[in-house]
Design a protein around this ligand. Structure first.
Ligand code: FAD
Length: 499
């Protein structure tokens, strides 16, 4: 039986980043992935002839320092330097077009408010500072509050504090006050037009089961802005799957192994020490250390098992809120769909967005959903909120049709040629996210990012430094601090805390 220095469970981008850094250091590493494709949520997949698409995450990029460290450009990763606009659709076709060029965006905003147009550039400057703070916080190992923490963890916190202070008093307070605010309040502080406010606030709910009037969506707004580097998605040449392919190639080039179709069934434990894993096919693989990039609930409750963990720890893990409410609808068209290039949102007003969220509260599917649409050639991809993982009535096998129909009907109100252009469709429900993509309760972030589950409380209080009660078991997926989004921070951070 082979023995590895590290087994990494899950070939999502975070697992691959951790594996690449470790392999680069000369460690003997194997990545075990249950699917037949690397990348987790960062993948480009085919659903049939001519129907190839970024099936989940619509765009984005890793941190530039990770791209450089791992030489990912040499493995074929190319990021589009020109960003497309963010377009917020309006019923009267007077769409708000937020071009990456601030002057052009201000021209469009002027149609809704002169004052908001003048505020756009100062707002962008502030969001740049806020994004820098979020990235710095995300690369910092959080202290294990309320437990003792190391001098280095304390230093990390001091560095974040200093960065905040150096922003200047006004912006520092804006960031601090913005964290617990609602996305509506956050946008209110800058803009008067409901159209502009709703476009900006939509970033606060994208991917989260929260409404724009929910506390903490000020923070998630800054989180998504930082991860995207703005309002629209960054395009990756050849699709987001190229990020994962490049990472996979980097792992192999440094001598690491990746096994596909290798689902871990359980982690072998002997009195708080992991010995290795058992795969679904019964094969055993042993290692000195295990790093899981799968979500914390799946890792700790299913793979390790509650019996092997302290009761209080188990209770905390059981309490992690996983609340998927995102579905995806992909439409293969004849190309005459009429939807412009860019990140196109159905987020016409603050009230519209909050009402869309009502469905999630009552375990339903929004009849008037918040949508974010991207196109790639003939394919239209629709991010749909809200579609509750746990439905009050009906089952997802049947209700997926409802999501498709609501998405198409909603978009057809803006693009009348869409319906007749559709030649094939593929929807992915929150249940598909769980069953196909391995996300417990369809939660994209491996646990909601909310005020009681972020920073030093992620994944649970007292265990925010990637470690677990098992001496040699670590976590590095989106469910830990640094996670959420495609920055790779969580995957890289874990390497910093290994013995
Ligand atoms: C529709 C959609 C839109 C999104 N939009 C945004 C956005 O705008 N902004 C943003 O910040 N984030 C967004 N996200 C979230 C972001 O994509 C994720 O947070 C990120 O990709 C997660 O990466 P990861 O590597 O941590 O985990 P994952 O990509 O989930 O990878 C985990 C891997 O572990 C594997 N695995 C699980 N269990 C096992 C097992 N037992 N054995 C072996 N392998 C296993 C899985 O198959 C998977 O490959 C979006 C996600 C989706 C789905």
């Amino acid at each position: 039986m082979d023995t590895y220095d590290y087994i990494i469970i899950g070939a999502g981008h975070n697992g691959l980043v951790a594996a690449a850094y470790l392999a680069k250091k000369g460690k003997k590493v194997i990545v075990l992935e249950r699917r037949d494709i690397v990348g987790g949520q960062v993948i480009t997949e085919s659903f049939g002839d001519g129907f190839t698409v970024d099936s989940l995450h619509a765009g984005g990029t890793l941190r530039p320092d990770i791209i450089k460290d791992l030489k990912l450009a040499s493995f074929g990763l190319g990021i589009d330097s020109v960003r497309k606009p963010f377009i917020s659709l309006q019923e009267d076709s007077n769409h708000l077009v937020l071009d990456p060029d601030p002057a052009k965006a201000a021209e469009s905003i002027k149609r809704f408010s002169e004052k908001d147009a003048a505020n756009w550039k100062p707002f962008l400057d502030f969001m740049d500072k806020a994004s820098r703070f979020i990235h710095l916080a995300n690369e910092t190992i959080m202290p294990r509050l309320p437990k003792n923490f190391s001098f280095n963890e304390g230093l990390g916190l001091a560095e974040i504090g200093l960065d905040l202070r150096l922003m200047g008093g006004v912006d520092m307070m804006r960031v601090i006050r913005g964290i617990p605010m609602t996305a509506e309040e956050f946008a209110d502080e800058w803009f008067e037009s409901d159209v502009v406010k709703a476009a900006v606030a939509s970033l606060g709910i994208h991917g989260f089961t929260l409404g724009v009037m929910g506390a903490g969506t000020g923070y998630t707004l800054m989180h998504n802005w930082a991860n995207r580097g703005g309002m629209s998605h960054v395009s990756v040449q050849g699709g987001v799957g190229k990020i994962s392919e490049a990472l996979g190639s980097a792992v192999k080039s440094f001598g690491g192994e990746i096994r596909m179709g290798a689902e871990v069934k359980h982690i072998q434990v002997d009195t708080y020490t992991c010995k290795g894993v058992v795969l679904k096919n019964g094969e055993e693989i042993s290692a000195s250390n295990i790093i899981s990039a799968a979500d914390p609930k799946h890792t700790l409750l299913t793979l390790v098992g509650a019996m092997n963990l302290p009761p209080e720890f188990v209770w905390n893990v059981q309490s992690i809120k996983m609340r998927g409410s995102v579905a995806k609808v992909h439409l293969l068209t004849d190309g005459k769909h009429g939807i412009p290039a860019g990140t196109v949102a159905v987020a016409p007003s603050i009230k519209y967005l909050e009402k869309a969220y009502d469905a999630a509260k009552y375990h339903q599917i929004s009849e008037k959903p918040y949508l974010e649409v991207t196109t790639s050639g003939n394919v239209v991809s629709v991010h749909f909120q809200y579609a509750a993982y746990k439905l009050k009535s009906g089952e997802w096998k049947v209700e997926s049709k409802k999501v498709e129909n609501v998405a198409i009907d909603t978009l057809a109100e803006y693009f009348p040629d869409l319906k007749s252009s559709i030649v094939n469709r593929k929807s992915l429900t929150p249940l598909d996210l769980e069953q196909t993509y391995g996300l417990t309760e369809g939660d994209l972030n491996h646990g909601q990012i909310m005020l009681d589950q972020f920073m030093f409380m992620r994944p649970i209080p007292g265990w925010s430094n990637h470690k677990t009660p098992m001496d040699n078991l670590y976590l590095c997926g989106s469910g830990v601090h640094g996670g959420g989004g495609v920055s790779g921070a969580a995957g890289r951070n874990v390497v910093k805390v290994l013995k």
